[in-house]
Design a protein around this ligand. Structure first.
Ligand code: MYA
Ligand code: JJ1
Length: 388
């Protein structure tokens, strides 16, 4: 059934429920000197390329490959449209390896036709912290699908990760593969219901009119929490402490240091937004919320071509109720003209989704670990990790 995945060190469907298998690495590391030194073979018409995402030209090629060929919803109405600034941010975190930004070109024309990336990350699973790779942006041009290119790309990124003496990875996908560590649900909060309905992202509810729907999703003009403001560079140490303490409670979570927080959470225009609550009395940083910008192309609509979506990222509440904090996040997202605010049911998100009028989407997101077995699948609320 899964000719490729059956050969890989991942939890296999047949082993589900076998509690005699130990939690932890499936294959032991080998000396880096024993890792295959040459790239895997591609079909003859194609060649490997390392994509220099700093180069405007290469970044534009990657952007256009993904814009035209990356992830769509199940009815092919929307396609993720990651911006170039976003791709640069996502692919150049502290300690990143250029060699993990892998492309495939047609030998003759040099056209970029496939892509896969890794970035390094410290991730804790239970009590064990390991350096892992996070794998993302696997994409094969629509015209080259089902030719078994993806397994070669996955093997090649694995080889290049091994060359850095890293032996585990985390990734997410909308499809079921052997074997998810957790399956999460997407939820959506309409900010611009008229447009969402016009483009087929959502539907008018039963016994609802457009004007009642607009009223239902109306939000205050400005945020309500005293001391709610944008995060700044000076806040990095306080936000790092807040986030590290908070993420300890989840079974799977990243381990962030100040450099990671500066990279992943300091606001970057049109990429990531972060807000915090500074106590007006003590000037303590007590709460934090963030979201990233990921528009989707609207396929085949006369009136609209882009859906502006915000995705919930890391949120921490110690004093302001999470419900109120996230309501303020919705208010700023609306001020910034987002059409929809999306969230997964990870961390404590369940506690605000229904009350803040999020509705379940038709998409799921499965989380995976490579070369690391977990005994039982996790509940979404046990996950403290958000991949882009
Ligand atoms: S998830 C986003 C994936 N991208 C898209 O969905 C974009 C649109 N689709 C495409 O571009 C293609 O359909 C892709 C497959 C490229 C997805 N993850 O070449 P094929 C298996 C893993 O003939 P194509 C993301 O980026 C499939 O089960 N495997 O198929 C995270 C089959 O294997 P098997 C997948 O459709 C990626 C084989 O590929 C996925 O032309 C994490 C068929 O290959 C998928 N999303 O191309 C990658 N989809 O026969 C794993 C299909 O066994 C990283 N397949 O069922 C693993 C860790 C590596 C590092 C380890 C370090 C230690
Ligand atoms: O966005 C998604 N679904 C939308 C659009 C559905 C269009 C028809 N298929 C959706 N809309 C309903 C919203 C409604 C608003 C009012 C309240 C009730 C709900 O459900 C889905 C997620 O739900 N997105 C996708 O399917 C995109 C792919 C998801 C997998 C991503 C894998 C990425 C891996 C990268 O590492």
């Amino acid at each position: 059934k899964h000719k490729f995945w059956e050969t890989q060190p991942v939890g296999q469907f047949k082993d589900q429920g076998d509690t005699s298998l130990p939690e932890g690495p499936i294959q032991l590391p080998t000396p880096v000197s024993e890792v295959k030194q040459e790239p895997y073979n591609l079909p003859g018409l194609y060649e490997w390329t390392t994509c220099d995402i700093d180069s405007e030209e290469t970044c534009a090629e990657v952007y256009s490959l993904l814009t035209n060929n990356y992830v769509e919803d199940d009815e092919n109405m929307f396609r993720f449209n990651y911006s170039k600034e976003f791709l640069r941010w996502a692919l150049r975190p502290p300690g990143y390896f250029k060699s993990w930004h892998i492309g495939v070109r047609v030998k003759v024309s040099k056209k970029l036709v496939a892509f896969i990336t890794g970035i390094p990350a410290r991730i804790r699973v239970g009590d064990v912290v390991v350096m892992k790779a996070e794998i993302n942006f696997l994409c094969v041009h629509k015209k080259l699908r089902s030719k078994r290119l993806a397994p070669v790309m996955i093997k090649e990124v694995t080889r290049r990760v091994h060359l850095e003496n890293i032996w585990q990875a985390a990734y997410t996908a909308g499809v079921v593969l052997p074997t998810p560590i957790a399956t999460c649900q997407y939820w959506h909060r309409s900010l611009n219901p008229k447009k969402l309905i016009d483009v087929g992202f959502s539907r008018l509810g039963a016994r609802m009119t457009m004007s009642r729907t607009i009223k239902l999703y109306k939000l205050p003009e400005s945020t309500v929490t005293p001391g709610f403001r944008k995060m700044e560079l000076l806040d990095v140490p306080a936000v790092t402490r807040l986030l590290r303490d908070y993420l300890r409670q989840f079974i799977v979570a990243p381990v962030f240091d100040e450099d990671d927080v500066e990279h992943w959470l300091l606001p970057t225009e049109n990429v990531v937004d972060s807000y915090l609550v500074e106590s007006p009395e003590t000037h303590e940083i007590t709460d934090f919320c963030s979201f990233y910008t990921l528009p989707s192309s609207i396929l085949g609509n006369q009136n609209h071509s882009i859906l502006k979506a915000a995705y919930s990222y890391y949120n921490v509440s110690t004093k302001t109720p999470l419900l109120q904090l996230m309501n303020d996040a919705l208010i700023v997202a609306k001020q910034r003209d987002f059409d929809v605010f999306n969230a997964l049911d990870v961390m404590h998100n369940e506690s605000f989704l229904k009350e803040l009028k999020f509705g379940p989407g038709d998409g799921q997101l499965h989380y995976y670990l490579y070369n690391y077995r977990v005994k039982h699948a996790l509940k979404p609320s046990e996950l403290g990790l958000v991949l882009l």
